[in-house]
Design a protein around this ligand. Structure first.
Ligand SMILES: CC(C)(COP(=O)(O)OP(=O)(O)OC[C@H]1O[C@@H](n2cnc3c(N)ncnc32)[C@H](O)[C@@H]1OP(=O)(O)O)[C@@H](O)C(=O)NCCC(=O)NCCS
Length: 448
């Protein structure tokens, strides 16, 4: 034993001193990498104009539920947002589109009747309770863990209940995949708001009781109730609209594409959507709505007194000159103001209390100045606002002030489009996604 130990320590001493005495010409792995990186960076710069650029505009995916036109914006089965607002049944006593109507349209391509929507609302309400193990799991997480991280973990844990996974293990036929995928999808949609409300309670109102699900209420009505804002009819209507029109934005955006990619491996809807949520949690994507509000509040604080176009302009330039993006502006596809932004602005325009709110006024005034500043800056291809430029400030006005939570609400919404695609991908038997990647040398050969 002693002999072994002394041999080991001698061996360690020998190798340690050898590494100390390395020749000046012998590089460490870090030094070797430091030499290679600038060479590759230069190579990449040469190639970037030709082939690399986040696959922007590459047509490589089938996505039925919605199409995004750069100028007209989003259309759900050829229906614009104003058309959906006219045609889709609202909640009982409400005016705005609800998640159930939008889900029906996305999944079937048809406008549901009021009776169909009420029946779907009831089904979702009946399936909305969380399994006890998920409640315990979520309650055990530290409240300092970002709400989006918690949401993804909760959704992944729900896969314990997956009907698709159980059926797959029992050897069902391919033609039956979609039915189990639909069953999981409906269960996921039903539980997502309950999970999201529990996270809100744990992080911001620990110990507060959560109201039981009301079987006569729509999905978002129950969600707002469980968040503790059920009395606020305007907030309920706002969230109904926001969650419905934010539910799908064709297939190439990072979260939708992630759900589709993971789903293509036959991962069940819970795991596929959990993965999508972590794409949504990036600041260039879903997290932008929390960033917008932080940025607008900073602007308000820095400006201090009277807000003029001139001092907004100065603040915008300070943001740009410090190398940051202006959150809520720009888009990978859109080249016009986002119709979702316009719909939320219209919601504000009909309510005097919202119009009088200084933060909402600031958002409006920023919109009057920012496009010209961004055009002058000359980088972004779309100098106009996207939906996130407006979404958070209305929540803030109604007292939902914890902006780290805002992306969770986006996460409750985006599931509508993602599960629609998962069901259709199984119904159409779409294959596993597996694009080809190339090394820089291979790309260079291709160009030559
Ligand atoms: C949405 C977004 C990620 C799209 O990115 P994209 O498709 O690469 O956009 P573009 O092709 O217009 O980008 C070209 C250049 O303009 C810059 N740009 C784009 N939007 C910008 C903005 N809002 N503010 C400042 N610069 C911006 C990009 O960073 C890029 O700069 P680079 O060449 O130095 O890398 C981008 O517009 C952005 O970061 N917006 C702010 C965050 C946001 O609101 N996200 C929510 C989207 S719904």
């Amino acid at each position: 034993m002693f002999r072994q130990a002394s041999f080991a320590s001698k061996h360690f001493a020998r190798s340690f001193s050898a590494s100390q005495r390395r020749l000046a010409s012998t590089k460490t792995i870090r030094e070797a990498l430091e030499e290679v990186i600038p060479v590759k960076q230069a190579q990449l710069k040469k190639l970037v104009e030709h082939l690399l650029g986040g696959m922007r505009g590459l047509k490589a995916m089938l996505w039925e539920a919605s199409v995004l036109d750069p100028i007209e914006g989003i259309e759900f089965h050829n229906k614009t947002i104003p058309q959906c607002q006219q045609e889709l049944p609202p909640a009982a006593g409400g005016k705005e589109i609800i998640a159930e109507s939008m889900l029906w349209l996305l999944l079937t391509g048809k406008v549901p009747t009021e009776a169909e929507v009420r029946q779907l609302s009831r089904e979702l309400a009946e399936k909305g309770e969380l399994p006890e193990y998920v409640e315990k799991f979520i309650d055990s997480l530290p409240p300092t863990l970002h709400p989006m991280t918690q949401l993804g973990m909760g959704v992944a844990a729900l896969n314990h209940e997956s009907k698709f996974q159980a059926a797959y293990e029992s050897g069902i036929k391919k033609t039956e995949y979609w039915t189990y995928t639909l069953e999981d999808s409906i269960n996921l949609l039903a539980r997502l708001p309950t999970l999201a409300a529990r996270i809100y309670r744990n992080v911001y109102n620990p110990g507060q009781p959560i109201p039981a699900i009301n079987k006569d209420l729509d999905l978002v009505g129950n969600y707002v109730n469980q968040l503790g804002f059920g009395e606020n009819k305007d907030l309920t209507e706002y969230l109904r609209l926001y969650i419905a029109i934010h539910g799908d934005h064709e297939g190439g955006n990072a979260s939708a594409h992630t759900a589709h990619l993971v789903g293509s491996t036959l991962s069940d809807p819970y795991l596929s959507y959990a993965a999508a949520l972590y794409a949504l949690a990036g600041p260039l994507h879903g997290l932008a709505n929390q960033e917008v509000l932080r940025w607008q509040l900073n602007m308000q604080k820095e400006i201090g007194g009277e807000v003029t176009h001139e001092n907004i302009k100065e603040f915008l330039w300070r943001t740009l000159k410090s190398g940051q993006v202006v959150p809520g502006y720009g888009h990978g596809v859109l080249r016009n103001p986002d119709p979702r932004f316009m719909a939320l602005q219209q919601f504000c325009d009909t309510r005097p209390d919202l119009l009088a709110d200084p933060v909402i006024q600031l958002v409006k005034k920023t919109y009057e100045v920012a496009p010209d500043v961004l055009k002058e800056h000359g980088k972004t291809k779309n100098p106009y606002p996207n939906v996130d430029a407006a979404s958070g400030c209305v929540l803030y006005h109604y007292g939902l002030t914890q902006f780290k939570y805002y992306t969770v609400i986006f996460g409750v919404s985006r599931a509508l489009g993602c599960v629609t695609q998962l069901v259709w991908a199984r119904a159409l038997g779409l294959p596993i996604e597996r694009p080809k990647s190339l090394s820089m040398e291979a790309i260079e050969k291709l160009i030559k």
